[in-house]
Structures are given as C-alpha cells and as structure tokens.
Design a binder for this molecule. Structure first.
Ligand code: HEC
Length: 176
C-alpha cells in the first residue's frame, strides 16, 4: 500500500471500516430474513374425494401403497404433510413450489378426472421416472428417510405402474 494511503487511513481505521460494513451486511441479511417470515405459504390441503383417489381406485398391494404414500403423495396429491421447516422462509417457498408443480404435473387425488389417454401417459411417465431414479426428487429423501427406495422397492413400484397401465389398456387412436 502506498505510504500516502496508509497515512490517511491508519490500519486501525481500516479495520473499523471493514467491521462496520460486515456488521451492516449481517444486519441487512437478518432483516431480510425476518421480513421473509411474513410471507407465509398456504398449507391448507384441498379437500380429498376418496372416490377420485388413485390408491382407492387401483387398490395396490400394501407395500406399494406405503411407497406411494411415503415417497410420492407429499408432492403429488392433496394429502401433503408439511414438515416443521415448512414454517421457515425461504425454505417454505421452495417446498411449496415443489408441491404446486408436483400437483400440476401429476395429482393422484384427482386421478378419476384424468381421461384414459392422460392416465396412460402419466403411468408411463411414472415407471420411467421411478426406474431412472428421477422421482422422488433427489432432495426429498434427505429429510424423508422413509422415501429412500431400495433397488428392490423401485423394481416393485415400476412393475406395479406397468401392470396398472396394462389394465387400463388404452388403445392409441392409430391402432384402433
Ligand atoms: C418433493 C416433491 C416430489 C416428490 C416426493 C415426488 N415428486 Fe414427482 N414431481 C415433482 C415435481 C416438482 C415435478 C415436476 C417438475 C419435474 O419434472 O421435475 C414432478 C414430476 C413428476 C412426473 C412427471 C409428470 C409429467 O407429466 O411431466 C412424474 C411421472 C412424477 N413426478 C412421479 C413421481 C412419483 C411416482 C413419485 C414417488 C415415487 C414422485 N413423483 C415423488 C415433485 C415430487
């Protein structure tokens, strides 16, 4: 550092300035964090109509039902259970976004509303996603150990999605 500068800003002053900036930044972050807590997510689940529910309609074996409930239903149904950290912004926003997007793409609670073509396509995607370990989302089992699927469990889930799709027996337009 040039002599002139050190002269104007002795080391002590420089240190003080640095610590003030650091403090300001910390206070700003803390302030933003507190303000963020006021933007709460909506945790009310829409009504569940059992007659429309995927599990109720397809009656999977208990083991498969348990996997669906513990590894898929939090994001793909109206039966979401929100963990304690869903009270904490910005984690809560991230989590709610998964639920909204998850339901938008695939909602087991309104399965009966899907026409045959859509149901066929969703089932196909289900076994593809589970087989290639795309679902459940990678971040999910970190905090939901019961959603960690073994190879064997994955295989069972895939087989069951495939069977259900076969039973649906949707014939594509061109093959009619
Ligand atoms: C933590 C939330 C979460 C969990 C748990 C989860 N999903 Fe998803 N799923 C999503 C989100 C978000 C999307 C949409 C964006 C994407 O594809 O990444 C999605 C997309 C999908 C799609 C694609 C649908 C389409 O039409 O594009 C399928 C199929 C799917 N999930 C099946 C499953 C299955 C089966 C399980 C359980 C084994 C599961 N998901 C668990 C959040 C989740």
């Amino acid at each position: 550092m040039p002599v002139a500068l050190t002269h104007h800003f002795p080391n002590q002053t420089l240190d003080k300035m640095k610590s003030i900036t650091k403090k300001n930044i910390l206070m700003l972050v803390a302030g933003l964090f507190i303000i963020a807590q006021f933007f709460r997510i909506d945790k009310t689940n829409p009504n569940v109509e059992p007659a429309k529910d995927f599990i109720a309609l397809t009656q999977p074996p208990l083991e498969v039902e348990n996997m669906l409930r513990s590894a898929c239903y939090d994001c793909h149904s109206h039966e979401t259970s929100y963990p304690w950290y869903s009270n904490l912004a910005p984690v809560s926003w991230w989590l709610k976004n998964h639920v909204n997007e998850g339901r938008e793409h695939l909602n087991f609670s309104v399965w009966a509303d899907y026409n045959a073509k859509k149901a066929d396509h969703k089932l196909e995607e289900c076994f593809e996603e589970v087989a290639k370990e795309g679902m459940p989302l990678k971040s999910y089992p970190l905090t939901h150990p019961e959603a960690r699927l073994s190879e064997e469990q994955r295989a069972k889930l895939v087989t069951w999605f495939k069977q259900t799709r076969q039973q649906l027996n949707y014939q594509k337009e061109e093959s009619k």
